[in-house]
Design a protein around this ligand. Structure first.
Ligand code: BES
Ligand code: ZN
Ligand code: ZN
Length: 485
């Protein structure tokens, strides 16, 4: 989507559909638009539109369309609702045949600065144009969409960030939504290599032989039941001082999770094509980071493997050795994400990062705890966790902290190896999984883990998006890293 600004008044953009945001019954049009506000309020007044979160409506106005979009009542507001309202507005407009959209250059919303408004609205609008129709025989070429912020824009940073970020989201969504047969680890690696080249990132791919040579027994044990070989994908953004300590981002990229020998039940198993979404968020963030020319060096590591129950598959009870030598008893082959991540985190730690963040669709327990409303965050450094929660809130992605008590680490001990891949107690599934990961992060590296099991994709149609990947996490990472120096 082309995102730009124009100093002209909103009413001068008659070729575009106008989007107006509502907080409940409150029209958020900025001051100085009294006549227009009156006209819009009159249209909305006797309609079913109540400005609820995700609610939209279309009215004919001045020879074009008016699209109103709700963010709900003030008491329940979070930034994600604004991004979603912009997406819902454009999605509704798209269905009504609109391709050109205009929004006010500012919004009357307490606590939201102009730049964040531009980023949220711009990114959301672009997301609203997206549909995954790679496999629809009747799909047509998408038209060119545009969004114009109308009125005075003093700080252009939010518009620039939205421009830098929107294509990263839309192109990676096409990869994230591919099913397991279309996106095995080798394909993800090829895609990453091309993306890196196009964006000035360096890219190194470790194949099976390289992983064996390094002793990455975790990712190899996950892949060994599959005909598809594993790949460890390592991307690097140099930043302005390549000698500075990097930020390392690690993503679980399980291209399909059948559960392995500990086979999952059939119902809903198709969604496990989205078990690669930690890696997809990292790919998106790396692309955003490259396009925003951020100052700090950033390394992205994707552990890509398919978890299948073939005759060579890891058996429950097998003992494997992680990169760097810790031994792990695999008591449940469906707890495979942590086995991929233990090697990836070890490789990440070798880079002596100033901070390391991993993202993974790691535990069903996270969905039990938080549903799809927030991702869980856990870590060994409260300052890092707090910063990420804050940047997540600004970026429209909610993160909720869970503790990492010592009991959880104790619960991951094995009778026969250093660690077990499942907890003995069968409780605190999200925290015990994180406690397992913590064993592979040296204590002097600030580290945080996002469990995105409930947020990485949506299963039922929403006003702001159809079923599919959300790329949750990428927006937070970009927001955070862009501000580091
Ligand atoms: N990929 C799953 C977690 C998951 C489940 C994400 C549903 C999103 C939706 C993960 O590999 C897994 O199967 N975890 C097990 C761990 C258990 C065996 C300790 C789980 O959560 O049941
Ligand atoms: Zn699993
Ligand atoms: Zn999994």
């Amino acid at each position: 989507m082309k995102i730009s600004s124009s100093p002209a008044a909103l009413t001068d953009h008659k070729k575009s559909a106008l989007i107006a945001f509502f907080q409940g019954s409150e029209n958020l049009l900025p001051a100085g638009n009294a006549a227009l506000k009156k006209q819009i309020d009159a249209l909305v007044k006797n309609s079913a539109f109540k400005g609820q979160a995700g609610q939209t409506a279309v009215f004919p106005m001045d020879g074009n369309q008016l699209i109103v979009a709700g963010i709900g009542e003030a008491a329940h507001f979070h930034n994600g609702l604004l991004e979603q309202a912009a997406a819902a507005a454009v999605k509704t407009g798209k269905a009504a045949g609109c391709t050109s959209f205009a929004v006010p250059a500012s919004i009357r919303l307490k606590g939201l600065n102009a730049a964040d408004y531009h980023l949220l609205a711009g990114r959301g609008a672009a997301w609203g144009t997206y549909s995954f129709d790679t496999f629809k025989s009747d799909s047509k070429k998408a038209p060119a969409y545009s969004l114009t912020f109308c009125g005075e824009v003093k700080d252009r940073s939010g518009i620039k960030a939205a421009q830098a970020q929107e294509a990263a989201l839309l192109t990676t969504a096409d990869l994230a939504n591919l099913p397991g047969n279309e996106a095995p680890p080798v394909k993800i690696a090829d895609w990453a290599r091309k993306m890196a080249k196009a964006n000035g990132l360096s890219c190194r791919i470790m194949d099976k032989a390289a992983l064996e040579k390094k002793g990455c027994g975790g990712i190899l044990s996950v892949a060994q039941g599959s005909a598809q070989d594993a790949r460890m994908i390592i991307l690097k953004h140099e930043g302005t001082d390549p000698k500075a300590r990097p930020v390392v981002l690690v993503g679980k990229t399980v291209t399909f999770d059948s559960g392995g020998i500990s086979l999952k039940p059939g119902k809903g198993m198709g969604w496990m094509k989205y078990d690669k979404c930690g890696g997809m968020a990292v790919l998106t963030a790396m692309q955003m980071i490259a396009r925003m020319n951020v100052k700090v060096p950033v390394i992205g590591i994707l552990g890509a493997a398919e978890n299948m129950p073939g005759s060579r598959a890891t058996r429950p009870g097998d003992i494997i050795t992680a990169y760097k030598g810790k031994t792990v008893e695999v008591l449940n082959t469906d707890a495979e994400g942590r086995l991929v991540l233990m090697d990836a985190l070890g490789l990440g730690a070798d880079r002596k990062p100033r901070a390391m963040v991993d993202l993974a669709t790691l535990t069903g327990a996270c969905i039990v705890a938080l549903g799809s409303s927030a991702s869980a965050i856990l870590g060994n450094d409260q300052k890092l966790v707090d910063t990420l929660i804050q940047h997540g809130a600004a970026a429209g992605e909610r993160l909720w902290q869970l503790p990492l008590y010592k009991e959880y680490s104790d619960d991951m001990k094995s009778d026969f190896a250093d660690l077990s891949n499942i907890c003995k107690s069968g409780t605190a599934g999200t925290a015990t999984a994180a406690a397992f990961l913590q064993e592979f992060v040296p204590a002097d590296i600030p580290w945080a883990h996002f469990d995105i099991a409930g947020t990485a994709w949506v299963e039922a149609p929403k006003p702001h998006q159809d079923p599919g990947a959300t790329l949750f996490g990428a927006r937070t990472l970009a927001q955070w890293i862009a501000e580091l120096d």
